[in-house]
Design a protein around this ligand. Structure first.
Ligand SMILES: *Cc1c(COP(=O)(O)O)cnc(C)c1O
Ligand SMILES: [Zn+2]
Length: 418
């Protein structure tokens, strides 16, 4: 282990100085991974001290991150992360697993997991004095960048498909970002944003392309570890399985990295099993898993879950390895299963957007096929809020009756069931 941080290419293994590279590996364009200085972390923070930290945000893990303290106290940038881990006893009983928790990322400042990445990228942008930060997005990454940037008066430009859910586009506009609607797919917007950032010298946040996104996302693993420990989870004796929905694959790769770092620090003995869940209509990583290959072949993406509707995953290899290196697996779920999952989570007080509910849909499928069962403790990550896509939410549940304002009509329409 080196005693200083560096960037490691996830494909060819080349190492780079932290200040020497900005995006992907100069040799083969593969994703770069930040390797922190573990001895510095161990010096900077003790386990017991971490667990009593007063900072209820991802910034409690500052020594693990490749950025300095961003300040920004009292702003949404400072508030990203430290989302609740809810117990889901009824759904555990329903699916037959030993215990179930839902990590609810909808309570992030802009209501999705993407705030973790955008908070760290914006902190980095300020360190390098970037004038403009650009991102391609299916909606949430853009909303997160726009919100985090607004919090510290950083300028941002967001390229989203014109088909993105209206609520997400509204968020972008309200946060004051320069919003460009692309008449094409997320993949089209991605390619365009790369070309534009090269041409105009903008700092590019793109998921998987900018190595700092993974760094923000890994903090969710630290939190799951801390929160389960506080819930007296016995890591040494109970196997943990974590379900994550996968589009570009950056979230599952980040969660994998977070757990790996805890293992390397000696703070976690048993690596959790990571289960990646993709929509049937957008399953490039799941296809590679099924075929047993590490080549990710692009698909033509088509699913109700817009946040995981990705033709060519930009972090596909690491996303695949998150499952294969932890004894996990990949599953696919139909749009119908995703809608059912929205309703199931809703009945425990959690409002998920389709891509967030997909992880729970995968967990239901896994329980059905015996991939998880009575021996397993499970965490399902809900990655985004249902308020972001109420059109899909309304498809998941029945219509409410409309009645005349009198008791007779009310009596006739009451269901009083459930
Ligand atoms: C981005 C996103 C995902 C998928 O994350 P990837 O890193 O692209 O795999 C899942 N759910 C929601 C709500 C998202 O915004
Ligand atoms: Zn390389």
């Amino acid at each position: 282990m080196k005693d200083a941080a560096y960037f490691l290419c996830s494909s060819c293994g080349s190492q780079y100085e932290p200040e020497g590279v900005v995006y992907t590996c100069p040799k083969d364009d593969a994703n770069l991974e930040y390797v922190p200085d573990f001895s510095r972390i161990a010096r900077a923070i003790r386990l017991t001290e971490l667990q009593t930290r007063a900072e209820p945000s991802l910034w409690r893990y500052l020594p693990f991150l490749p950025v300095g303290d961003p300040g920004a106290h009292g702003t949404p940038l400072r508030q990203a992360g430290w989302t609740p881990l809810y117990r889901a006893g009824r759904l555990a009983a329903k699916t037959g697993v030993r215990a179930l928790w839902v990590k609810d990322e909808s309570s992030n400042p802009t209501a999705s997991f993407k705030d973790r990445a955008s908070a760290v990228v914006v902190a980095r942008a300020r360190e390098i004095g970037a004038e403009i930060v650009v991102t391609a997005s299916s909606g949430n990454a853009g909303a997160a960048l726009a919100g985090m940037a607004a919090a510290v008066e950083q300028r941002s430009i967001i390229l989203v498909p014109r088909t993105a859910p209206q609520a997400k586009i509204a968020q972008l506009l309200v946060f004051g970002a320069e919003v460009i609607l692309v008449d094409g797919t997320y993949d089209d917007a991605f390619d365009l944003s790369l070309a534009a950032s090269r041409l105009y010298g903008w700092y590019c946040r793109n998921t998987g392309y900018n190595p700092f996104t993974l760094e923000g996302k890994k903090t969710a693993a630290y939190e799951i570890w801390e929160q389960l420990s506080a819930d007296r989870f016995s890591w040494d004796t109970q196997p943990l399985t974590v379900f994550v929905s996968v589009g570009d694959g950056n979230i599952i790769a980040g969660i994998h990295k977070g757990f790996r770092e805890l293992v390397q620090l000696g703070w976690l003995r048993n690596m959790p099993r990571l289960l990646g869940v993709q929509a049937e209509g957008s399953a490039a990583v799941a296809n590679a898993y099924r075929l047993g290959v590490e080549t990710i072949t692009a698909v033509k993406a088509d699913t109700i879950a817009d946040s995981i509707s990705v033709g060519l995953p930009r972090d596909g290899l690491r996303a695949l390895r998150a499952a294969t290196q932890t004894g996990g697996a990949y599953l696919t779920v139909s749009d119908a299963m995703i809608l059912e999952a929205i309703a199931d989570l809703g009945r425990m007080g959690i409002f998920a957007e389709p891509a967030g509910a997909a992880a729970y849909a995968g967990m239901v499928a896994a329980a059905g096929s015996g991939l998880v069962g009575a021996d397993d403790a499970v965490v399902v990550v809900n990655t985004g809020s249902g308020l972001k896509d109420i059109h899909s939410a309304m498809q998941a549940v029945g219509q409410a009756p409309i009645i005349a304002p009198n008791l007779q009509a009310l009596e006739k329409n009451l269901r009083r069931t459930r």
